[in-house]
Design a binder for this molecule. Structure first.
Ligand SMILES: Cc1cc2nc3c(=O)[nH]c(=O)nc-3n(C[C@H](O)[C@H](O)[C@H](O)COP(=O)(O)O)c2cc1C
Length: 169
């Protein structure tokens, strides 16, 4: 049995998906040959408490794909409501431009992460990857994490309009 062909086009599908509000994260990892890579990701979600597993997905066209497929660990940083500029910055430009002037630190397992306040962060072992459609699904096994009381940034319908301090794109 196979699925029937969709009765809608991609913009229609995207609009429907946009009604599902998410948080916003920045995923960082170390490239063996170059400096750190990082990008904005809203496809993050929880999978399992025991073992502690999380999921997120990465476009097949991502320039960070090779690094993220092959790295041992990555950090997922959950952005706070006042970090819209950071979310936009890590969705554009080159890795060098994204990280320029930002403080970096290392999570306990050695993975680079932004040394900035955030709502939460998770250092994950790169447990498994599944190619599906035009994305790769990553399942991470959380080895270290921390959280704060900061209000999270909320992404919805292509903007941050549910974020109290936010609004706009
Ligand atoms: C709010 C927001 C959420 C995003 N979520 C994802 C995501 O879950 N997966 C993804 O592959 N790209 C996502 N993107 C797009 C990437 O951040 C963007 O394409 C980035 O330039 C990819 O960087 P890279 O090509 O250097 O890896 C998101 C962008 C924004 C602004």
């Amino acid at each position: 049995m196979t699925a029937t062909a969709p009765t809608f086009d991609s913009p229609f599908f995207r609009a429907a998906l946009g009604r599902f509000a998410t948080g916003v994260t920045i995923v960082t990892a170390q490239s063996s040959a170059h400096g750190p890579v990082g990008l904005t990701v809203s496809s993050f979600n929880s999978v399992s408490l025991s073992p502690p597993l999380v999921v997120w997905s990465l476009s097949n066209t991502s320039l960070s794909l090779s690094t993220l497929e092959h790295c041992d660990r990555y950090v997922i940083q959950v952005l706070g409501a006042d970090q819209i500029a950071l979310a936009n910055r890590f969705a554009r430009g080159s890795p060098a431009e994204r990280f320029a002037g930002l403080p970096l630190s290392r999570a306990p397992g050695g993975t680079p992460r932004l040394d900035l306040p955030c709502a939460a962060w998770f250092e994950c072992f790169n447990r498994s990857r599944y190619k599906e459609g035009d994305h790769v699904i990553f399942v991470g096994e959380v080895e270290h994490c921390a959280s704060s009381d900061a209000l999270p940034l909320v992404y919805h319908a292509g903007g941050y309009d549910l974020t109290p301090t936010g609004g706009g794109k």
